[in-house]
Design a protein around this ligand. Structure first.
Ligand SMILES: Nc1ncnc2c1ncn2[C@@H]1O[C@H](COP(=O)(O)OP(=O)(O)OP(=O)(O)O)[C@@H](O)[C@H]1O
Length: 417
């Protein structure tokens, strides 16, 4: 590109322009993707790619639009597992068209850019970063409910690039049940804390073998390690998948073991894992324009011993817009679709990340607020708490009853944190 000093001719400006257009394109694309899940592991071979594939397939089977992005640039394995080969196509805007596995699942992998499947990729960090960015901004993903990202093991360039490129990604950490896996999980957790990525939870893979002949369970590794690790690390255990030889066969043959009989322990475990992912990715009901929101059926119909608890931040007895600095929380219980009790609780002094944990410890399942920052919304989602934002300033009982009746009018999320 000639020998001009940057900025002394028109080139610097043109470069800046191109860079800001790229950023805009990236931003637009990310806005079209509701949930971004980064599947990672502290060490190799724990079945991270398999877990990414089964999460993507399980969500797609439930009707979600899902993208699977394989950024394991040195050892892409999702194309093999899904039996998809061939190079990318391009659309009329010169954007890459992802490979379509089925109606709901589309896949992008570095392998589709390589002429030769066995080529070794030798790239340094900045190049990898560029490729990962392009996998989002220059791929015609369209609107997605979930983007599942398969990263190489460890905490190197790829997960770092994902964290920098997708600030609202949630990590799914994969481990095996052995006690020694604890140290690897800790590495992943430390990484997530450093880059401020929220953790959706832990998946324990190869938790016991179901003998295909007699159906008896054989412990491959010491069992229960995933649960103990999750408890120690204060993480949610999203699920435990057993070892099933059909996963290996399916992976090698490019036909994932997902369509078999639904009473198979492995498929049942995948379904439970998908339940947990869905539950943890509760969409924040955070409308940007006025709309009416209704309580989910499980909230409205909470009955008897299953009474549900809802928290509303208040000041002087009515909803307070400054969620993190409210005077008191109204903790309301719901039974048979009605507000059934209320207590006032003073929150601990404000400290980032504390309130979601504090409210979760009190069994809260829903928070109705005026404004709330995206980070706090993600932290509530991590605790399995649904958040409604943009609620009007009014008496908490009346507010909750409107929500239960499906007549709560919400406006923009007014938080600017
Ligand atoms: N639950 C399971 N039951 C049986 N085999 C499994 C299971 N999970 C993964 N495998 C097998 O283990 C092997 C490694 O799995 P996978 O490639 O998903 O691991 P990985 O952690 O992504 O590996 P890498 O570190 O190379 O990226 C594969 O042959 C896969 O089929």
């Amino acid at each position: 590109m000639g020998s001009c000093e940057k900025g002394s001719c028109g080139h610097g400006g043109a470069e800046k322009n191109a860079a800001s257009q790229e950023e805009e394109q990236l931003h637009r694309q990310l806005q079209q993707i509701q949930h971004k899940l980064l599947v990672m592991s502290g060490k190799g071979g724990v079945g991270k790619s398999s877990v990414a594939v089964y999460i993507a397939l399980g969500l797609a089977n439930r009707g979600y639009k899902v993208g699977l992005m394989d950024v394991d640039l040195h050892g892409p394995s999702t194309p093999r597992m899904l039996g998809i080969t061939g190079m990318f196509g391009m659309d009329e805007h010169k954007r890459l068209i992802p490979h379509r596995y089925n109606e709901n699942l589309e896949v992008v992998s570095i392998e589709y850019l390589l002429e030769d499947r066995d080529s070794a990729v030798i790239w340094r960090g900045p190049i990898k970063h560029g490729v990962i960015k392009q996998f989002i901004s220059e791929v015609n993903w369209g609107k997605l409910d979930y983007l599942v990202i398969d990263c190489p093991p460890g905490t190197g360039d790829e997960p770092l690039s994902v964290a920098q490129t997708i600030p609202d990604a949630h990590a799914v950490i994969v481990t095996t049940p052995q006690e020694v896996a604890l140290a690897d999980v800790r590495k992943s957790i430390n990484f997530c804390r450093k880059v401020q990525m929220s953790i959706l939870g832990l998946v324990e893979n190869m938790d016991g073998l179901v003998c295909p002949h007699c159906g008896k369970e054989i412990d491959l590794f010491r069992r229960g390690g995933g649960r103990r690790t999750a408890e120690r690390m204060q993480l949610t255990l999203l699920g435990s998948l057993p070892f099933d030889p059909r996963v290996v066969e399916g992976g090698d043959a490019g036909r994932p073991f997902m369509e078999g009989p639904s009473d198979t322990p492995f498929i049942q475990a995948v379904n439970r894992l998908i339940d947990a992912v869905e539950e943890r990715c509760l969409p924040a009901e955070a409308p940007t324009a006025a709309k009416t929101v209704a309580a989910k059926p499980e909230v409205a119909s909470a009955a008897g011993g299953n009474a549900l608890k809802v928290a509303i931040p208040t000041a002087q007895g009515v909803l307070c817009n400054h969620f993190g600095h409210c005077e008191q929380f109204a903790i309301l219980s719901v039974k048979d679709g009605r507000v059934d009790g209320r207590e006032w609780v003073t929150p601990p002094p404000h400290e980032p990340g504390l309130l979601p944990r504090w409210l979760a410890n009190q069994g809260i399942k829903v928070v109705i607020s005026g404004g709330m920052g995206q980070r706090a919304i993600s932290q509530f989602a991590e605790q399995g708490i649904r958040v409604v934002t943009g609620a009007p300033v009014m008496d908490p009982d009346a507010l909750l009853q409107k929500y239960l009746d499906g007549s709560l009018e919400t406006g923009p999320n007014v938080c600017d944190h």
